[in-house]
Design a protein around this ligand. Sequence first.
Ligand code: GLC
Length: 401
Amino acid sequence: MELQASIKKLYEDNRRTHGDFQYTVPSPSSYPYQWLWDSCFHAIVLSHFDNKSAEKELLSVVAKQFDSGLLPHIIYWQPQNKLQFDWGVADTSAITQPPIIAYAVWRVFKASGNTSFLESMYSALKKYYDYLLLRKDTSTGLLGIINPDESGEDNSPRFDSSLNLPSKHSVSENNAKRFELFAKNKTCNFDIQHCMKNHFWVQDVPFNSHMVENLNCMHDIALVLGKSEQAAHYEQIQQELKQAMKEHMLHDGIFLSLDSCNNKIDVMTWAVFTPLLANLYTEEEAVSLIKNFLHNNKMFGGNAPVPTTALFEPGFTPTESVTEPAELHPNWRGPIWMATNWMICRGLKKYGFTHEATILAQKSKQLILNGGLREYYSPYTGKGMGAKQFTWSGLVLDMID
Ligand code: GLC
C-alpha cells in the first residue's frame, strides 16, 4: 500500500469516540488512551488529509483541562486495565507533557483558515500557557518539569542523575524510580513549588525550546483574533525566555538542561537540536551543530539517523533487552523516534538547511518502509521496535512535503 494510504488507514483504525469527543490512540495494544503531545502530532498528521478530525482531536485533548490551567498528559476516556495509575484525580493524569499544542492549533488553522476553530481553542490555550509560566524557576527564569514523563522522554539519560540512577541500569530500575517519584508528586498534590524544592526539578532544553516556539504561535494566534495586547505580551515573554536560555543553558555552542541546583547536565541527547526550533542558535553555531553533532558518527550520525541518545554515551541502549519483558523498552536511550526526527527536520528547515532536512526526511521514510509503523527504530539496523500500529510514524507526511 502507498505510504499515505497506510497512514490514513492506521489513523482510522486507531480512532476512538466518546460521546462528542474524538481522538486517536497512539497504539491500540500498548497505548489505549489519549495523550497530550501525541494528539498534537496526530492533529498535524491529520491536517494533511482530514482537517475536521484534526480539529476534533485538539478539542478533545483540552476537554479535561484543570482549573489551574494544566493540560493532563493522559485522558482515560475509556478506562482499561493497562498503564492506569491513580493520580489522585478522576479520569486523567496530573502531570503535563511538552507544550506544543499552540503550534498544532496554528498548523491546523493554517490548513483550513477556520477562525472559529481558533476562537474555540483560544481560552484553553491562554490558560495553559499562563499556567506554564508558574513553572519558572525563581533564579533562572527557565521552566522546570517535576517528573521525567513531563518531557515526553520518560527514561532519557538526561534524567539519570536527577533520579539518582547510574548511567547503566535496567528498565525496571528506571520505572521503579519514576513510579516512586509519581508517589512523591502525588503526596504534595503535584504542587510545583514543593516539587521544585524537594523532589525532582529539571529545567529541560526541549521543554523550554518548545515553549519559545509556542509562545510565538500564541502571538500569531492572538493577532489573527484581533487581540493585539495579548500578542505583544506573548512576544515579550518569549524574548525573556530566549534570553534566559542563552544565559543559563548555553555551553560551548550547545544548549544543556539544568538540574535542581542549576548545574548543566552534561549528557548528550537529541535535545541539543531542539533550540533550532526556537531560533536560539546563531548561524555559525547551527553550522557547527550539524557538522560536529548531527553528522558525526560518534554522536548522532551513521546509517540510520537520528538516535535519541548519542552513540558514545555510556547510557546509550540501541535495542530491546533480551532478558526483560518486551514491554520494558529502551525507549529514549538510543532508538530513533519519528517525532524527534520530525522536530530536527523542522529545525533544519527553519535555518534554511534544506538539503540536510531532505536527506533526514528520506531516511525517515526509509525507516518506515523497512521497519513498519512502529514506536521506534534501531539506530544501527533500522529495525522497527516497541509498540505496533504506532501513529507517530505518520509525521513522515509532514517531513516529505
Ligand atoms: C510513551 C512515550 C511518551 C508518549 C506515550 C504514548 O510513554 O515515552 O512520549 O506520549 O508513550 O505514546
